[in-house]
Design a protein around this ligand. Structure first.
Ligand code: KG4
Ligand code: ZN
Length: 330
């Protein structure tokens, strides 16, 4: 069964075809990073306008690259939330129009559930339930227990900034550009984590908090006059990255041990971070799965994979499917 996935929740216009929820047939991502970089962050109106310009060529490419025709497609999966309303509207309406014109079933996918399904892509053995999912992106830092396909229980979330958002803000404080995650990771390579920055452990819960760390970095950037000194900027980036990774890794492993899950599944843009994945793989007694970096950041293959399992479970959306910008999971 071949599913066309469509993803336009934020600043990537993406379409992909995935067979049987696992095999990537095509995976096209048109990034808007260069357009938003000059503003230092995503401008929602610019993002939706750019989606409008790009979505049809991107969908066509997802079909034409593997030399497929519409008759080869069995269903459409589209992200309907969470995300930017104007951006989501483009993907959902294009998906509905194609579904109507080609008489294909359509299923709305929660972007966060989609991120988790990146762990099913191009793998010989599928993940094993129950598993603990850590979804770390620009808008979310969620710990979710997944008992079965489609069964989610949220255990923890961020109380303030998401981890990706914290990376983006930290990069801005250090003058490292946008998007912040890759910029901090790159800068940190030539630094050492020598500055002591706080970790919000929130011991009584599985929640996260990163805004205190961000504020501490801001104060550090003022006091030490590090902004004028590239090697100190690198040290500050390394110290910040280390603090975020410490908290995410330690709290997730603790939660996983307490729950007795079989695996920990990482997903979302921040899971593209090498230090994070190394720390997880080296220190977790429970097996950790992590998609390759290009499947951690936003893409439509994860949406198509998730959509396959929706169709298997008979979860088909009506043509009045609408966007839900503040949708959550579990
Ligand atoms: O999942 P994603 O592509 O989009 C959202 O759903 O938000 O995640 C984007 C976030 C951004 O905040 C970006 O700075 C962060 O993921 N990110 C990273 C890395 N690559 C992307 N954070 C840390 N290290 C990275 N290598
Ligand atoms: Zn995302």
């Amino acid at each position: 069964m071949k599913i066309l996935g469509i993803e336009t929740s934020c600043d990537e216009t993406a379409a992909a075809i995935v067979e049987d929820g696992t095999r990537i047939v095509s995976n096209i991502v048109a990034s808007q990073i260069d357009i938003h970089a000059r503003y230092g962050g995503i401008v929602p109106e610019v993002a939706s306008r750019q989606h409008l310009l790009t979505i049809i060529p991107v969908v066509n490419k997802a079909l034409s690259e593997p030399k497929l025709a519409w008759q080869d497609i069995d269903g459409i999966a589209v992200t309907f939330g969470p995300g930017l309303a104007g951006s989501l509207l483009v993907g959902v309406n294009v998906a509905k129009a194609i579904a109507l014109a080609r008489r294909l079933p359509i299923t709305g996918v929660n972007h966060l559930e989609g991120h988790i399904y990146a762990n099913w892509l191009n793998r010989e053995k599928p993940p094993v339930f129950p598993c603990l999912c850590l979804i770390i992106s620009g808008g979310h830092s969620d710990l979710v227990l997944m008992k079965e396909h489609g069964q989610f229980e949220k255990l923890g979330r961020t109380r303030d900034d998401a981890s990706g958002e914290a990376f983006d803000k930290a990069a801005r404080i250090l003058g490292l550009g946008y998007p912040g995650g890759p910029a901090i990771e790159q800068a940190a390579k030539s630094g050492t984590p020598c500055f002591s920055l706080p970790r919000a452990w929130l011991r009584d819960s599985h929640d996260f908090s990163f805004s205190g760390l961000k504020t501490a970095l801001w104060h550090l950037a003022q006091k030490e006059e590090i902004l004028a000194n590239p090697s100190k900027v690198a040290d500050a980036a390394a110290s910040f990255q280390c603090a975020v990774v410490d908290v995410l890794v330690t709290k997730s492993i603790e939660a996983a041990k307490g729950l007795g899950v079989k695996q920990i599944l990482l997903s979302g843009g921040v899971a593209a971070n090498k230090l994070l994945t190394e720390r997880f793989l080296n220190s977790s007694p429970i097996p950790v799965l992590v998609p390759p970096p290009h499947l951690c950041t936003d893409n439509a293959a994860m949406v198509a994979a998730c959509g396959y399992y929706h169709f298997q479970a008979g979860k088909i959306s009506d043509y009045d499917l609408d966007v839900v910008p503040s949708l959550s999971l579990g």
